[in-house]
Ligand binder design. Structure first.
Ligand code: M6R
Length: 584
């Protein structure tokens, strides 16, 4: 969710913090702020809106220092306004904090601190952190001792960074949401995301839960919440995950949709040995349960079909926010799917699975993420950084890798997938047609997406893309369910997208379309063959039925993207959302 960054070094910190924040803006973009330690004390600059809006508040070039922290916010507690934007300050303004997470006992702490004379200026949960720290620092004048006392009073999830006017070091803590040290030649970073520092260094230390760090220009000290020193390994992170730019494209989302053939090539051509090991491990437990959130959950639903059809493994799929210990036992392999590897719901499910003695396997895009590190075995998606809040290339990459795994387990051959990148390329050639088609639906307030069998996850995913990007209500469902209720919603001109390639379910789905037409629906057909019953038609190439979902979703991504642009929404930064959902 929120992006946090701290830097202490030999270079002017302001541009470094601003650049880092821009890279992490996908984590949240309600408001932004930074605090710089200058000769005149801490300078705190905040604005509502995006990082670029900070420059309208003050000339950032005129503020220089060597220690600073910054924040890009996704609001949980407290409205989106200037008072609630981070950094938040201590009573006298000589300490600042940036926080990601939720402090669940903040009300009790706030009351206690107010009684002791602390003045709160925001309605956030986060502000208690800086007042607690201030209280304990004033007693002992010791930065480590103060942060230890602070974290031991907090409940909930947090990663934070605190800096002081009267002291060079930055202090941070992690409990439930990510915090990473970047060790550079000219200074050190503390961020919620490697994107915050990757341009400067590829040397990282991932803090674990219940660890604090005291960070200086050329030194650091990591301890557990009891204050015991902890030795950590330095990890080399991949540069290729470093500097995503929009290049010639108007939005990251469009770039990432168009990048899919390349992303799929990378999935297909990745090192085979880890995949084989993954397949072997998956089979070592009697039961398989798959979990994920949002788009990753939809990939899990696809996995259920392909595992059953190819690998002859019957799996349960549980959305991560509903994952319970009753869903698993010690003889279960739990497969966790996540682009970011930081989704709080997926991490909570992982913890439940581990506590139950399950084997945890994961498929993750962000190498070095919490999920990748907490799994018994993890496979990377290798599809490159995905910046657009809407998952696009990570979804098709998940499907491709799941297909590869299921086919290896089942028939020992996944060669059919090699044609898929080129087939996706051919669908991207339909982009202009889809862009024009959107003009016929600008008045629509509801969209329905229907499909049968293995195509149902694609109906769900198409609807998710539409609501997330264009803010138009959209629902995906099994075509057979229409007559059990949803048909009542169909009136003259209601748009229905039907995913209907020519496989076993083709005719039945077509029958449903006829029923929809009889009630006035305006149908967009996505199929390998055209039919007069469709008002609009988007052709897709014919491929093996188990691979078809990888192809089908692409026009739906384009449909949602162009609908968003047409309606004047910013597809890269949908309102109220963030790329990485690190709160439960
Ligand atoms: O990083 P994850 O795959 O764990 O994220 C899960 C969901 O938050 C994510 O897929 C979300 O639904 C997307 N914004 C959908 O486009």
């Amino acid at each position: 969710m929120c992006g946090i960054i701290g830097f202490i070094g030999d270079e002017n910190v302001t541009p470094i913090i601003v650049k880092g924040l821009r890279r992490m803006e996908y984590r949240g973009y309600d408001s932004a702020g930074l605090s710089i330690r200058t000769n005149e004390g801490l300078r705190v600059i905040k604005s509502v809106g995006k990082i670029n809006d900070l420059a309208n508040v003050e000339d950032l070039n005129a503020i220089s220092g060597y220690t600073g922290i910054g924040h890009t916010r996704w609001a949980t507690h407290g409205k989106v306004n200037l008072e609630n934007a981070h950094p938040l300050s201590s009573c006298a303004g000589e300490m600042s904090v940036v926080h990601n997470g939720i402090i669940s006992n903040f009300q009790t702490l706030k009351k206690e601190l107010e009684k002791e004379g602390h003045t709160f200026r925001s309605s956030t949960d986060s502000e208690v952190i800086i007042h607690l720290f201030e209280k304990y620092f004033k007693i002992g004048n010791d930065i480590k001792d103060a942060v230890l006392k602070t974290v031991n009073r907090l409940e909930g999830s947090f990663a934070f960074a605190i800096m002081l006017r009267d002291g060079e070091d930055i202090v941070g803590a992690r409990c439930g949401t990510p915090l990473i040290l970047g060790l550079g030649n000219n200074g050190n970073f503390l961020t919620s995301d490697i994107l915050g520092f990757i341009e400067y260094t590829d040397k990282a230390i991932f803090l674990e839960n219940k660890e604090i760090v005291v960070l200086g220009k050329h030194h650091f000290e990591i301890s557990d919440f009891e204050g015991n020193l902890v030795a950590k390994e330095v990890t080399q992170v991949a540069w290729e995950f470093g500097t995503p730019t929009k290049e010639k494209y108007s939005h990251f989302t469009l770039k990432e949709i168009l990048e899919q053939p390349l992303a799929l090539e990378r999935v297909i051509s990745q090192d085979q040995k880890p995949i084989d090991l993954f397949c072997k491990k998956l089979k070592t437990r009697a039961k398989v349960v798959i979990t994920g959130s949002g788009t990753s959950y939809h990939a899990g639903l696809y996995a259920k079909y392909v595992m059953r059809e190819t690998a002859k493994i019957s799996c349960d799929v549980v959305v991560s926010s509903e994952f319970k210990s009753q869903d698993v036992d010690h003889d279960t392999s739990v497969l966790v799917l996540s682009q970011s590897g930081e989704t709080a719901d997926a991490l909570r499910a992982t913890q439940i699975a581990k506590d139950a003695g399950c084997q945890v396997l994961s498929i993750v895009n962000v190498v070095g993420s919490s999920l990748a590190r907490e799994s018994d075995i993890s496979l990377p998606l290798n599809c490159g950084p995905e910046v657009g809040v809407a998952a696009t290339k990570s979804f098709t990459s998940q499907l491709a890798l799941i297909y590869i795994i299921a086919s290896r387990i089942g028939i020992g051959d996944d060669s059919l997938i090699t044609s898929i990148p080129q087939k996706v390329e051919s669908i991207l050639g339909e982009a202009e047609r889809i862009k024009k088609l959107v003009n016929g639906y600008t008045e629509a307030r509801d969209f329905y997406y229907i499909a049968r069998s293995i195509h149902i996850p694609i109906a769900l995913e198409g609807a998710l893309k539409m609501k997330e990007l264009s803010y138009v209500h959209a629902e995906g469902m099994a075509a057979g369910e229409l007559k059990h209720g949803p048909l009542a919603l169909i009136t003259q001109g209601t748009p229905v997208v039907v995913i209907n390639p020519t496989d076993d379910s083709y005719q039945e789905t077509l029958d449903n379309v006829v029923e929809l037409k009889a009630r006035g629906a305006k149908v967009i057909g996505i199929s390998t063959v055209s039919h007069e019953v469709y008002d609009d038609f988007i052709p897709i190439p014919k491929v093996h039925p188990l691979l078809s979902p990888i192809i089908e979703v692409v026009p739906l991504q384009l449909l949602a993207y162009y609908a968003a642009v047409k309606m004047g929404q910013d597809p890269d930064y949908p309102r109220n959302l963030a790329k990485s959902v690190t709160v439960n």
